[in-house]
Every structure is written in C-alpha cells, then in structure tokens.
Design a protein around this ligand. Structure first.
Ligand SMILES: Cc1cc2nc3c(=O)[nH]c(=O)nc-3n(C[C@H](O)[C@H](O)[C@H](O)COP(=O)(O)OP(=O)(O)OC[C@H]3O[C@@H](n4cnc5c(N)ncnc54)[C@H](O)[C@@H]3O)c2cc1C
Ligand SMILES: Cc1cc2nc3c(=O)[nH]c(=O)nc-3n(C[C@H](O)[C@H](O)[C@H](O)COP(=O)(O)O)c2cc1C
Length: 774
C-alpha cells in the first residue's frame, strides 16, 4: 500500500514506523512542515503503563525512549506558603524534541521516507495514496477540509495557558499556586531531561486580561511569570520555544471530539489520528498517549484484517470502534481535571485549607479515588485521614488508623450525625390514606440498624392532593402523626441514626398510579385536581394542572406549616423541603414549567419567591436547634431548563433564608430530559454549590461504594452522601461497606454483634484470594 502521513508529530511518526515494521512492502511517507530538529513544546509526561504497550508494539524504539525518560514518583504542591508532598504516583517525562528525534531515527532505519519543511494544503496532493493519515494536530487542515464528514465539535476552554521551559530540575511533579490581586495562577512543572523542566502556567481569562497579559509579547509574559514564580524558580530562567506563535503565546485549550474519524476522498481513504481526531487537556497529560494508542490500534487492525487495500474500509471502522471507547474514557477524566483547574481560583483556592486542597487536586480527574491514593502512598493518606478526622472533632491517636472520612461525625445546629451517610428519601408507594404501616416500620427500621447517620423516610405529602400516588405517605392528620411518632422512636431506639422527614407536594406530577401499575400514568379512577406553577401537563396524557392562584399558594403554604408542626411533634431530627424532580415547588424554579408573568415567574427572584415563602414559613415553626435541608434539581438536562449555575443562584437564596444544607439532585422536571448518567454524576453540583455558594451540601446519585463516599467527603465535594438504591439492595450498606474497606471499629447493633467478626473475616479472606489470583 501507499501510505502518506500528514504531520510528523508523535501520531504520524509512530504509525509510520509501526506499519513499516509490520509490513516492509508498504511505501510510507511522513510529511512535516517543521525542520527535523525543530519543534515547539517542552517535555511530556506518560504513565508507566503506556511504556508497557510501546514495548510490545516496537521494543527497539521503546527501549530508546525508556532510556531517555526521567522517572519520578512524587507530587508536590506549593500553596499558601506550604509545601506538601506525596509519593507513589509513577510518572515518566521526556522532551518532546528528544521523543520525536528517536521516532524519526527509527522511521529512517525501517525505510519510512521523511519529508521535512513541506506544508501540506490538501490530501489531494497525494492522489497515488491508498491511505492518508491526517496526523496534523489539533488545527488539522485536512479535518477542516472535510468537516461535514468528520463533524468536529470544538469547545474553546476559558483558561489561558503558556507552555514554557525552565532551566531548573524539579524532583517532583510540582504544582505551584500563586495569588495575585486579580486572581490565581497555577504552574504545572515537571523535569524531562538533565537540565530542563516543563513549566506550564495557567490562569482564568479574567485574571489574564486584568494583568494586561494580552498586550504583552512573549518576553513580557516570561518576565511577568518569572516574577510571579520567583520563589520556586529560585533564580532559574523561563524560556519559550513557541516562536511560531505571534503575540503573547498564551493559548486557550481546544477540546475536540469528532463525529467520524474517516472519509473516502474519491481516491484515498483519509483517517484522523492523534490530536487531529481528539484532544485531552494537559491536566492529565494524556495527549501523546492517545496519539500512540491510536497508532498501535490502527496497525493492530491491519494485522488482524489484512494489510491490503481491500481491508482498509473494515480496518478503519474497527479502529474507530475500538479507540472511541478508550478516548471517551480519557477525555472524561481529562475534562474533570481540566474543569478543576478552570474553577480552582473561584471555588477552592481562597477557602480551602492546604491539606484538603491537596487532596482535592490529587483526585481532580475522579479517576484516582481514596483507595487508589492508599495504594500509592498509604502513609500520606493515613496522615490525611487523621487530619480530616480531627477536623471533624474526633480524637485520633497518631499510631492508630483514623476513622475514614465517610464515618466521621457531622454537626449542624444541635444535631450530631454519627457519620456522613444518609438513607436517601425513597417513595415506597405502600401506604393507605397516607399512613405508615408495618411495611414502613420493617423497611425503615432495618435501615436504621444499618449504620447510616440519618434515615429519611420517603417524600411525605402535606395534603391528600399533594400525593404522587394513592400509596404515598402523608402528614396532614393526627393519625398519620401518631404513626410517624412510632417510626421516629423506633429509629432512635435502633442505634445512632437520626430520623429525617422530607416534606413535599407532587404538583402536576400527582394523581398517578403506583409505579408497578404504570409509572407517571394518570389514575383512571379516584384521582384529584392538579395544581402547578403554570398550566403545563407533565405527560401529553396527564391532566392539565391549574396554575396556582394566590389563594392556592396560601393554602399550600399553610399545609406545609401544619405538616412541619406535626413533624416537629414526632421528635424527628431533620426536615427536608422537596424542591426537586418537577414536583410543586420545583415547578416554580424551572423555566420549563414556570411561564408565569406575575411576581412568581420570570427572573430568579420571582421563580424562587414562592418556594422561599414556604421555606421561611416552615423554618419559623421547625425547632430552631434542628436543621432543614432543601433538595434541588441542579440540572434539568433539557434545553432551556435550569443549569448548575442557576441552581447555585437558588442555593444562595435558600442559604440566605436559613437553609442548612442543599441536597443536590437533578432532573425529572421534563420528560424531554437527556441526563448524562455515570458514577457520581450529580456530585459536581454538590461541589459547586458547597465551594462557590458557601453552604453545606449533600451529594446524591450513583454513589455506590465506600470508596466513592470517602473520596467525596475527603475532597470537600460535599459534606454528606445520600445513598438510595444501594440501600434498597442492602439495608446495612454502611456497616457492610465499612467492613469491606477493613474498618472494623464501626458499631453494629448489639443484637447482631455475633455476626460481625465472621462477616469481616470472610470479606478479608475473599479479598486476599482475589489479590492472590491477580
Ligand atoms: C501545554 C501542553 C502540554 C502537554 N503536555 C502533555 C503531556 O505531558 N503528556 C502528553 O501525553 N501530552 C501532552 N500534551 C499533548 C500532546 O502534545 C499532543 O496530544 C500530542 O503531541 C499529539 O500528537 P499528534 O502527533 O497528534 O499532534 P502534534 O504533536 O501536534 O503533531 C502534529 C504535527 O503535524 C505538523 N503539521 C501540522 N499541520 C501540518 C501541515 N499542514 N503540513 C505539514 N505538517 C503539519 C505539525 O508541525 C506537528 O509536528 C500537551 C499539550 C500541550 C499543549
Ligand atoms: C424507589 C425510589 C424512590 C424515590 N423516591 C424519592 C423521594 O421520595 N424523594 C426524593 O427526593 N427522591 C426520591 N428518589 C430519588 C433518590 O432519593 C435518589 O436521589 C436517586 O435514587 C439517586 O440516588 P441513587 O443513585 O443512590 O439511587 C427515589 C429513588 C428511588 C429509586
């Protein structure tokens, strides 16, 4: 085959040499616009795992690259006058020039033709090529030429960065944060040869322009950065090799995803590779890895399906299928890490203490969890756990294992939760006339003995017409309050758990069948009239609700107040106001369901007016010493709906009105929603509200292991974790997860104690067997 690689970066060179190695019959040319020993950029970092894959693909170039690598294990943070360090992170760094030179030599050895100093304008310059590899980087001309086929989606990220070198060796991957009068700057620093380190400096656009950096040339920016990082540079100089960039040399990162990676131009197949196809932010240093993995996979597909022209179609489609999965995974992690650096200045840097800031930074991609950190550096992690436990008010001896973050106590008003785990409210649709019955007692009693610090019953409705279904619980009469009192005393007697009441009104989502008879489907008989912010039905076949009048508002507010008084009389410890999931109060907050043109619709203030009125009214009658949380849908996942920034505005308003915590859920407001589910998918909302809004939060949604909860709480992404479905599967989720992470000093109900040691021993035994089998 005749193969032309446009672009002699890592992707083009590595693919060229691997293909030639597999089949010397191919005629392969790599065309690069730069000179052979001329490139921009400084060092790049890899993981040890990448080197392993390269050893398999081509042991010769891998050996040379491995020889040239600098290996180091430590990460150091310079922040607020402190230096903190952790080890066990296993990075390798190499100069980009050195890497390319090794690949160029290997290409020449194998007979790949290298053409330098030729700028390619179009793939049609190579009509004899069977295959054109568009490895021409993030600004690929070839991709732009066929943009209707490749469907590139480029997002220009808000931060500015400049990629510099420093003539100083750093013995750890160093992150240095500096505050200026206009905001924070951060440097990502790592050595890559015997004299030089990469020094990437990043800042928010507002800080960048406030310092006038857009008006400075490269030398002006270098002078500025040398002054800012003088303490860390300690007399060393910063250098730029981006002479090809005009102006200031500060760039914005472009996040790129393509709808398709290959195209037939009438003569040749054209395929995207490396940065031309996808980008991953340098915050997790994986762009070069992705380029190499692309090259490895494409050659592997030719090996599998045949090195002839007739296989190209099948090879390209298999290549894309396989690579898309891995690329999406890395891009996801890179996005989390990139966003952390984008918000760090306004979200974490000013308020967090250095210890927690370091933990938050280390877990920024959310690929590295609490237990990953333990594997990397147990001493550091145990030190952090001790710090966190002490901050939570526990006495911790220096020689003992500290209580894991999720099991530390939490104080709010006069309530002390024994730990950070909540049984999230879950409707069971099993009541008659809103009354708690034997099912609820057995169900919630079991969970009260399961170790969680707070047990919520399901959404409890403030009037008969506030119910979702005829099976929902209520607190509108004394008989219901009596049963509630029984439940609360059972929860209190069972162990340490506190009892939570979530009050709600279904609004336009009411008068439906229980889910197992048709979720969200209107009742055929015995239904009731619906009210909502506006007269918009939930489903096309749902009854149209009445837009609430002021009289309706008065009645419903008074129903909330009466239910709150009844809840207070039961001795319950915690109240939550349900303002999420499209129910009545949520329907005021979302512009999708609130199209009112009076004082209760339109602006944030107007949409929040009624929910805040209800909140203030219940706060006034709920005991002063007990907390109230507010559950919000922090993302409507529907165009035109509320977004996390909007939820932040509402969270601040509820905080101002006296809310103690915001319970950060999302969705269920519109049937048109397209949520992006995934592990901890709603935790970013809790993180933003907690750290930008300055109010404690509850994270909820796809938190299923102790490792998740520990990571969230330890990083300060939320104060508490509500666990729903896992608690349906396992009433003793907290006790079992504590055992699974080997923390055996947690308290079991005395009646169950004889099972504890056996349970823990069996877990330890199967863990040992699993790790032995690896
Ligand atoms: C600040 C920064 C730090 C980074 N740090 C890391 C890191 O630590 N680890 C890591 O793995 N990755 C890192 N990356 C990412 C990494 O540099 C890229 O992902 C990687 O280089 C992609 O390789 P590529 O071959 O696809 O593209 P490139 O390296 O961009 O190569 C494309 C080549 O094509 C040439 N070219 C472009 N257009 C034409 C044309 N029309 N005609 C001829 N030639 C052309 C270019 O000159 C260039 O040599 C970093 C990136 C940045 C910006
Ligand atoms: C059966 C069931 C019933 C639920 N009922 C309620 C409810 O009454 N009030 C509420 O705010 N959320 C309710 N939810 C949502 C959960 O509290 C939680 O936010 C959601 O399930 C995500 O958490 P998970 O991934 O841990 O399940 C319910 C969820 C389930 C599975």
């Amino acid at each position: 085959m005749r193969i032309v690689c446009i672009g002699g970066g890592p992707a083009g060179l590595y693919f060229g040499l691997l293909m030639k190695l597999r089949n010397p019959e191919h005629s392969i040319t790599v065309i690069e616009r730069n000179k052979p020993y001329d490139t921009f950029g400084w060092g790049v970092v890899f993981s040890d795992a990448m080197m392993q894959a390269m050893r398999v693909a081509d042991p010769i170039s891998a050996a040379e690259i491995a020889d040239a690598f600098n290996h180091w294990d430590d990460i150091e943070l310079v922040f607020k006058g402190r230096r903190q360090r952790t080890t066990g992170h296993g990075f390798i760094g190499i100069g980009r020039k050195r890497l390319l030179n090794i690949l160029q030599r290997r290409c020449e050895q194998l007979g790949v033709e290298l053409v330098f100093e030729r700028e390619v304008e179009s793939d049609l310059e190579f009509l004899d090529a069977d295959l054109v590899i568009a490895a021409d980087g993030v600004n690929s001309k070839i991709r732009e030429r066929y943009s209707t086929a490749f469907k590139p989606d480029i997002v220009v990220r808000p931060n500015r960065y400049i990629w510099l070198g420093a003539d100083k060796l750093f013995d750890a991957f160093t992150f240095d944060f500096r505050r200026t009068q206009h905001g924070w700057f951060q440097a990502h620093i790592y050595r890559f040869d015997n004299t030089t380190s990469t020094f990437i400096i990043e800042t928010a656009e507002t800080t960048f322009s406030a310092h006038g950096l857009d008006k400075l040339d490269q030398q002006g920016s270098i002078d500025f950065c040398e002054k800012l990082f003088a303490e860390t540079l300690d007399g060393a100089k910063l250098m730029s090799n981006a002479r090809h960039l005009r102006g200031s040399a500060w760039l914005n990162f472009n996040r790129l995803i393509c709808g398709s990676w290959s195209h037939f131009n009438g003569k040749s197949h054209v395929v995207l590779m490396g940065d031309a196809a996808h980008t991953a932010h340098f915050a997790i240093g994986s762009g070069t890895k992705l380029a190499f993995d692309d090259a490895i996979e494409l050659t592997r597909q030719f090996d599998a399906l045949g090195h002839g022209r007739q296989s190209i179609d099948a090879v390209l489609s298999a290549y894309e299928d396989v690579r898309r999965v891995d690329v999406a995974r890395i891009q996801n992690a890179a996005r989390n890490a990139m966003e952390w650096f984008e918000v760090v200045g306004r979200r974490y840097a000013d308020t967090m203490e250095p210890e927690q800031f370091f933990y938050s930074m280390l877990t920024r991609s959310q690929r590295i969890s609490h237990e990953n950190l333990r594997l990397r550096d147990p001493t550091w992690l145990e030190g952090y756990e001790r710090w966190f436990a002490r901050r939570s008010g526990l006495d911790v001896a220096d020689n003992l294992r500290a209580t894991p973050p999720m099991l530390t106590p939490f104080h709010v008003r006069s309530v002390r939760l024994a730990n950070r785990i909540i049984v999230s409210p879950m409707a069971m649709y099993s009541a008659t006339d809103g009354l708690i019955n034997d099912f609820h007692i057995a169900h919630l009693g079991a969970r009260a003995m399961g170790g969680a610090g707070l047990v919520f019953a399901e959404m409890t409705c403030v009037s008969p017409d506030a119910r979702i279904t005829p099976g929902c619980l209520g607190l509108w009469n004394d008989a219901q309050a009596d049963q509630w009192r029984r439940l609360v005393s059972l929860i209190h007697a069972a162990g340490h758990a506190k009892a939570g009441v979530q009050l709600g009104h279904a609004g336009r989502k009411g008068s439906t069948k229980v889910p197992w008879e048709g979720a969200d489907q209107p009742l055929e008989r015995g239904g009731w009239d619906l009210i909502s912010a506006s007269a918009i039905p939930y489903l096309p076949n749902s009854p149209v609700p009445r837009a609430m009048t002021r009289a309706d508002m008065d009645r419903v507010r008074d129903d909330f107040v009466s239910a709150t008084k009844r809840a207070a009389a039961t001795g319950a410890d915690w109240l939550e106001l349900h303002c999420a999931h499209g129910y009545l109060l949520s329907s005021f907050l979302s512009p999708l369901t609130n199209i009112r043109d009076d004082d209760y619709g339109g602006s944030f203030e107007n949409r929040a007016r009624y929910p805040l009125e209800v909140f203030r009214a219940i706060r006034a009658v709920w005991p002063e010493e007990k907390p109230i949380s507010v559950r919000l849908s922090c993302h409507d996942w529907t165009p035109g709906g509320n977004m996390p920034d909007d939820a932040l505005v509402f969270a601040r308003m509820f905080k101002e009105a006296g809310a103690d915590l915001i319970d950060c859920s999302s969705g269920q407001v519109s049937k048109a929603e397209r949520p992006i589910y995934g592990r901890l998918f709603q935790t970013p909302f809790a993180d933003q509200i907690r750290n930008e809004g300055g109010v404690a939060t509850i994270a909820v949604g796809a938190i299923s292991e102790a490792d998740h909860a520990n990571s969230i709480v330890a990083a300060g992404r939320a104060d508490l974790c509500a666990i729903a479905r896992p608690h349906l599967a396992d009433s003793a989720w907290t006790l079992h997860e504590a055992a699974r992470i080997g923390f055996n000093t947690v308290t079991w109900p005395k009646q169950y104690l004889s099972a504890k040691m056996q349970y823990e021993t069996n877990l330890a035994r199967s863990a040992a067997l699993t790790s032995g089998a690896k």
